[in-house]
Design a protein around this ligand. Structure first.
Ligand code: DGJ
Length: 533
């Protein structure tokens, strides 16, 4: 049994590493960088500048099993030793059969044996297509129905986890693993081989059909309607109506991923996640069909019990709506990939303060602070209306946010799952109040005197009258909620910082500064209030 696991505190999930709660203030590296330990040195320099306490690194099937049955863990060893030396925890990303709904990282011996390791037929009889819906882009991926692939993938992953268990059980450098990357199938809602057709028109497994019928409460509307109105048993179409094809893909994809995760956990059990390429409202196949999108969450919950967390990759502008969607089933927020524009820092604070997130990790953090590439602009949906989306996140500022949150970690995690830790964001200006028992706070998130538009404010209640306030591009006001003691004095206002959860005060701000509570720069404050009649 490993000492890295997920526990529940005040009804919320928390990641425990060596019996201490840990928040992953992470960054995911560009796909190719962790294939060279030497190259990673400069990546760690950037991670240090950003204050990251952990990194998410790909580990690929092709490099650990270049020949069937012959495993090479020298790169993995190098990456783990390096992370220890550089003082970081690691989340490893298992790029097995899936990488962005394709099979880029499957070993040569898998890719070249199409008989044994079957490809998904997006179009009947075809192992390869050019996507009509996406600039004729070439597309192929392995079949989620292929037992041989599933077993080979699971075997390789189990060997990896066995090896990590052998070398890392004591020092606990690797604290989680993502199983596969952005699973699913593009260009179609389900595979179209003869075999797939036969399974699709056969009976839905009873247990699965009844699980779905019993879990409609949390389903998104159209899926719920189809599941509630479908037959109790019968073919996939009879039971799941218009959602049958996507549910079919999700059933087989989640079951595949679960088999891989289960094989890994049998060797060394640490928390495992599955990340998600989000759907943007199009038909399944315009996003990877069968992947863990919110609409398929109940399927994944049923078929992939060995996956602890479904983790959305969030590049879209409606970031907070996605966070809401991925937490509304009382599931924890774990973001392995997000954008590096100037909302990155404020969003990190909001994810911790509001959602009590387990992980926040910008993708390609190596580039933070640099002008966006064309791909990044496309991915981030850079919007001319909102300058904050066009502006790269400032490295120094991000480093300040991350270091501050890291040093506050004991205090933050103590408050996870309680209303003593709250936050407001400029991306949700209508929610500008926070109530904490005797006192409340009103935050001005958008006033003409504030230059920046990426405001955020997180407040942690230490005791009934004492608060820590992390604020940026905003002003705060306070009030009493006690009608018998409606007047409020500031007894003490200080700026300062934390070291290992201990407050180190800086300047005392009880003069003019107590009147002007507007902060243009990220600032951490401690405030003591007094309510009286
Ligand atoms: C999402 C994938 O999960 C990452 O590996 C990477 O390919 C990014 N997209 C690129 O933007």
């Amino acid at each position: 049994m490993s000492r890295i696991h997920i526990v529940e505190q005040n009804g919320k999930k928390m990641l425990m590493v060596g019996d201490k709660p840990f928040i992953m203030l992470s960054g995911e590296v560009h796909n190719s960088n962790s294939s060279s330990v030497e190259y990673m040195e400069q990546v760690y320099d950037k991670a240090d500048a950003l204050g990251l306490n952990s990194l998410l690194l790909p580990v690929t099937w092709e490099l650990i099993e270049p020949e069937e049955g012959k495993f090479d863990f020298s790169l993995v060893d190098g990456l783990i030793i390096q992370a220890r030396r550089r003082g970081k925890k690691l989340g490893l990303l298992w790029f097995g059969a899936w990488k962005n709904a394709q099979c880029y990282y499957a070993p040569e011996w898998v890719k070249t044996d199409l008989k044994r390791f079957k490809r998904a037929q997006v179009e009947k009889g075809k192992n390869f297509i050019r996507r009509k819906d996406f600039y004729g882009m070439p597309y192929t991926t392995l079949s989620y129905l292929c037992e041989e692939t599933k077993q080979a993938d699971a075997k390789a992953f189990s060997m990896l986890m066995k090896h990590i268990g052998e070398i890392d059980r004591e020092s606990q450098t690797v604290i989680m693993v993502q199983v596969e990357n952005e699973t699913g199938l593009m260009g179609t809602a389900r595979e179209n081989s003869n075999e797939a057709d036969a399974i699709f028109s056969a009976k839905v497994p009873n247990e699965f059909a009844s699980y779905m019928k019993q879990h409609t409460d949390t389903m998104v509307q159209d899926v719920k309607w189809e599941v509630e109105n479908g037959a109790h048993e019968g073919s996939w179409t009879e039971v799941f109506g218009n959602c049958a094809e996507e549910i079919f893909s999700a059933y087989y994809t989640a079951s595949y991923v679960n088999a891989v995760a289960k094989a890994g956990k049998r060797e060394y059990s640490i928390p495992m996640t599955a990340n998600c390429w989000l759907d943007k409202g199009g038909a399944p196949g315009t996003y990877p069909a069968g992947g863990p999108v919110s609409r398929m969450m109940e399927v994944w919950a049923c078929c992939a019990p060995n996956i602890d967390i479904i983790a959305p990759d969030i590049y879209v502008q409606n970031f907070l709506e996605i966070c809401d969607e991925y937490t509304r089933r009382n599931t924890p927020l774990f973001i392995p990939e997000c954008a590096t524009h100037s909302y990155a820092g404020p969003r990190e604070v909001y994810c911790i303060g509001h959602y009590h997130a387990l992980c926040y990790s910008p993708f390609g953090f190596e580039d933070m602070g640099q002008p966006f590439s064309a791909t990044q602009s496309y991915l981030f949906g850079v919007d001319v209306e909102d300058p904050a989306l066009k502006t790269p996140m400032n490295v120094e500022e991000y480093g300040w946010y991350t270091r501050t949150l890291h040093e506050m970690m004991p205090l933050l995690t103590e408050k996870y799952g309680t209303s003593d830790l709250q936050a407001v964001s400029c991306e949700r200006k209508e929610e500008d109040k926070m109530l904490f028992g005797t006192f409340g706070f009103q935050i001005a998130l958008d006033t003409p005197m504030i230059v920046r538009k990426d405001s955020v404010c997180m407040i942690l209640k230490e005791s009934e009258d004492t608060f820590y306030i992390l604020i940026h591009a905003a002003a705060f006001g306070y009030f009493s909620t006690d009608s018998d003691r409606p007047n409020v004095d500031v007894l003490a206002l200080e700026e300062g910082h934390f070291e290992n959860g201990i407050w180190i005060p800086g300047r005392r701000l009880n003069g003019d500064e107590v009147v002007n509570t507007m902060y243009q720069e990220p600032t951490l404050l401690k405030l003591k209030l007094f309510a009286y009649l």
